[in-house]
Design a protein around this ligand. Structure first.
Ligand SMILES: [Mg+2]
Length: 271
């Protein structure tokens, strides 16, 4: 069995939201404070919006890998604002790899340890560039679980496209599971690539909480959660072939500890 993992929101919380982006936006925003008399907070928010818009613009233009190149996106925004500030984002990520800014999700280490002990092959499939993700996983003590660590700049494509999933398959496996939290990238995309998607949904409605991970996907409550998740994607228009009704998780888990039961069930089902 091969299990691929999404990172952000599944195994790790990265330092971009709380460390990297606030620093970058504050420094670039200083230009707007100086030239346009903006309040520092407003200027910073404007820069963050410009960063998001630039990422979105790249997705819509089909520059999928470039949409995750934060060094280049941030440089583009700094130039647009007329700011002289320049950044080495990898170095900023490393600087913010402290317990104040990054964390692993509950049961991450224990679940990966148990899955490895059962002889299951574990791989990473993330849309974060290796230089941004590797320091976080290393700092959290989770890096050593993965031989294959597949990222967009390595393979020239991104989730939700099948090729990035297929790049993680080195060898023959009876079963392929993918664990992720983003409905288009991790559920629709994994399904397209022939993986059974395990959707991580941390805030489960009460009615679903007591059910098994394989009993949840067909429940009507999941339907609206899929719709909601689909609508909240940064740029679902970038993937016109993805439709909410085709986003079908095979399993829904509320935390990583439930993955062990999923593995046993998937094996029984396949036998
Ligand atoms: Mg994620």
């Amino acid at each position: 069995m091969l299990i691929t993992f999404d990172l952000d929101g599944v195994l790790q919380s990265n330092p971009f939201g709380r460390g990297v982006f606030p620093e970058v936006c504050g420094k670039i925003g200083a230009k707007l404070v100086e030239t346009e008399g903006q309040e520092p907070k407003t200027a910073s928010q404007l820069v963050m919006q410009m960063i998001r818009d630039e990422a979105k613009r790249r997705l819509l233009a089909g520059d999928y890998v470039g949409a995750y190149d934060w060094d280049d996106i941030i440089c583009t925004v700094a130039e647009a604002v007329g700011s002289p500030a320049r950044f080495d984002i990898e170095q900023l990520v490393i600087k913010y790899c402290t317990s104040e800014y990054i964390s692993s999700y509950p049961y991450a280490a224990s679940t990966l340890t148990e899955l490895s002990a059962r002889g299951i092959k574990l791989a990473v499939v993330t849309n974060g560039f290796y230089k941004y993700q590797n320091p976080v996983m290393t700092s959290l003590g989770l890096r050593h679980f993965f031989d294959e660590f597949i990222t967009p700049e390595m393979v020239g494509t991104v989730k939700p496209y099948a090729a990035i999933y297929k790049a993680a398959v080195k060898g023959e496996y009876a079963l392929h599971l993918h664990v992720g939290d983003t409905i288009i990238h991790d559920v629709w995309g994994a399904h397209q690539a022939g993986f059974e998607p395990v959707w991580v949904l941390r805030k489960l409605p009460k009615a679903l909480d007591a059910l098994q991970p394989w009993e949840r996907p067909t429940r009507p409550e999941v339907e609206s959660l899929i719709q909601k998740s689909f609508a909240s994607d940064l740029c679902s228009e970038a993937y016109p072939e993805a439709k909410p009704e085709e986003c079908r998780p095979e399993y829904v888990i509320k935390d990583l500890s439930e993955l062990l039961a999923v593995v046993e069930y998937a094996k029984r089902k396949a036998a």
